[in-house]
Design a protein around this ligand. Structure first.
Ligand code: GAR
Length: 191
């Protein structure tokens, strides 16, 4: 039977939608759940229009972790994918998915990572530092923001005249190209 994936996302959810569509077309695994910490996150609408069950949990529920674990287990989730998820994953959820939970970060970690570094803030910092390249890091999730073991990185140039938006777009292109495929490899390797 196909493995089941849950996506955790806090915002727009373009990566979540891309991953859902990827697995629908490949048929190699199934995104069976979307979870968020923000009731207004647009990812909830994307999930609804794609027919994927989606749930929003409160700050207290995320701090506790038990309600999140319950829904993951009720849906038989095998693998957890963070895609623009900006809250901390509770320890009991982390420990339930050792080696089965990954995150994507829109920079070449360890540069420009850590608490508070997400989305356009990352791209702004890359530009302010005068970097000539940026990219994405796909890594396992652990107790610390952006510090889990790196699985792979992909690079893109930072071009003269780039804005956070133009750099974000280039980085998003890398994310859409690689994240679903890397998740697929990891999920299929579970056996
Ligand atoms: C993505 O660029 C992802 O790498 C980043 O948030 C964006 C979410 O976009 N994640 C982080 O910054 C995590 N620290 P999306 O909601 O359109 O998928």
């Amino acid at each position: 039977m196909n493995k089941k994936i849950a996506i955790l996302a806090s915002g727009n959810g373009t990566n979540a939608e891309n991953i859902i569509r990827y697995f629908r077309s490949r048929g190699t695994a199934e995104v069976s759940l979307v979870l968020t910490n923000r009731p207004t996150a647009y990812v909830l609408q994307r999930a609804a229009s794609l027919g994927v069950p989606a749930f929003s949990f409160t700050r207290d529920e995320w701090a506790d972790g038990r309600p999140i674990l319950d829904v993951l287990q009720a849906h038989g989730v095998d693998f957890v994918v963070l895609a623009g998820f900006l809250a901390r994953v509770p320890d009991n959820v982390l420990h339930a998915y050792p080696g089965r939970m990954v995150n994507i970060h829109p920079s070449l970690l360890p540069k420009f990572g850590g608490k508070g570094m997400y989305g356009d803030r990352v791209h702004q910092a890359v530009l302010e530092a005068g970097e000539t390249e940026s990219g994405i890091t796909i890594h396992y999730t652990n107790e610390h923001y952006d510090e889990g073991a790196v699985i792979c990185q992909y690079r893109c140039p930072v071009l003269p005249g780039d804005t956070p938006e133009s750099l974000a777009q280039r980085v998003h292109t890398l994310e859409y190209e690689h994240y679903p495929r890397v998740v697929e490899e990891l999920v299929l390797a579970l056996g």
